[in-house]
Each structure stands twice: as C-alpha cells, then as structure tokens.
Ligand binder design. Structure first.
Ligand code: HEC
Length: 170
C-alpha cells in the first residue's frame, strides 16, 4: 500500500475515534481485575429479568466525583449481570438480607467510559459490551446504549451513579 493511502487511513481512524464511530471494545477496554480494584457502589435486584446487576466505579473517579456536578474525565462504570437464584419451580429466592442472590459465573459486563477526547454529543461517553469470560460480545450493537443513556443526559448519562453520588452528598 502506498504511504499516502496509509496516511489517509490513519487520519480516518483518528477522526472516527474522535467522533465516536469506533464505539465498543475498540475504544472502551474491559478493565483488568475490576472486581478487586473498583468500588462496588450498588447492587440492583431486577425481579423482572431474574437478574442481579452489580455496579462498579473506578476509585480515582469515585474519589473525585462531586454531588450535582459532571462526573470526572476518566470515569469508568461497569454493570455486571448475574442470573438470580431460583427454586425448583423457577421462582426467585430471597436471601436473609431480603435481597436476590447473584449466581456465578458473570453473564454480561457492560462498560461505559468518559474520555474528554470523545464526542461531546454523548457527553464524552462511549460504551462496550463484554461476555462473562471477558471477550467482546460478537453481535453487540451500540446505538441503543447511546440513545437510552441519553435519556439521563441531565444526570451525566448515567442511570445510577450520578444519583448515587448526589445521594451521598459528596
Ligand atoms: C433501554 C435502555 C438501556 C439501554 C439500551 C442500555 N442501558 Fe445501560 N442502563 C439502563 C438502566 C435502566 C440502567 C440502570 C440499571 C437497571 O435499572 O437495570 C443502566 C445502567 C448501566 C450502567 C451502570 C451505570 C449507570 O448508568 O447506572 C452501565 C455501565 C451501562 N448501563 C452500560 C450500557 C451499555 C454498554 C449498553 C449497550 C450495550 C447499555 N447500557 C444499554 C438502561 C439502558
């Protein structure tokens, strides 16, 4: 390939990345070892889906987050989906704490990351979907992540974390 073509392709890739066309795992990596290093700020019991969703945030962003403000550049939020325990009839089982019981292994890992280099149309956020084993979800589509999370633009595009920070009055 001629050098000029390679140069053009490289600038296209940079432009695509800046405008958010490179959604998904190409931009948003799955953080290694997040279960040990991130803060598990919330668990959501989804009776309708028979799932437990564990929410995590990276500690540096959590330390810097302030109630009512935009979340810090570099915030990484993870939603980890587990099947919830059911009895032999398929009814959900509740633990002694009144909460649903998360089964292993992890089913899905949804990641959203904020990077000031990415499109401001989406509040600098981009999204990726990984399988429980850490590999990218092969048939993932990302338009839905952007459009549904845009419903929470006033909470910096998050459903749970911005509210969590505000409720803590950090
Ligand atoms: C139809 C709406 C909808 C779509 C589409 C959607 N989400 Fe969400 N997302 C939610 C809701 C609602 C929550 C809060 C958890 C709950 O109630 O289940 C959430 C929570 C999250 C969280 C935890 C942080 C937060 O905002 O609370 C992440 C990370 C996340 N979603 C990533 C993704 C990714 C990646 C995709 C696309 C593959 C996606 N979401 C698509 C509605 C959506």
């Amino acid at each position: 390939m001629r050098a000029r073509t390679i140069g053009l392709m490289a600038s296209f890739i940079v432009a695509a990345s800046l405008t958010g066309l490179l959604a998904g795992p190409a931009e948003v990596a799955l953080p290694q070892n997040y279960q040990a290093t991130f803060n598990n700020y919330l668990d959501v019991d989804r009776y309708d889906r028979k799932r437990v969703r564990k929410m995590y945030v990276n500690r540096a962003a959590h330390d810097a987050a302030k109630a009512g403000g935009d979340l810090p550049d570099g915030t990484v939020l993870i939603m980890e989906d587990h099947d919830a325990k059911t009895d032999a009839d398929g009814n959900l089982v509740v633990g002694p704490d009144g909460r649903l019981i998360a089964l292993e292994p992890v089913k899905h890992v949804f990641v959203m990351e904020k990077n000031s280099a990415w499109s401001t149309d989406n509040g600098n956020w981009d999204y990726a979907w990984y399988q429980g084993d850490g590999s990218p979800r092969p048939d993932a589509k990302y338009a839905g992540c952007f459009s549904c999370h845009a419903n929470r633009a006033e909470r910096d595009f998050t459903f749970t974390y911005w509210k969590f920070v505000s409720d803590q009055q950090k």
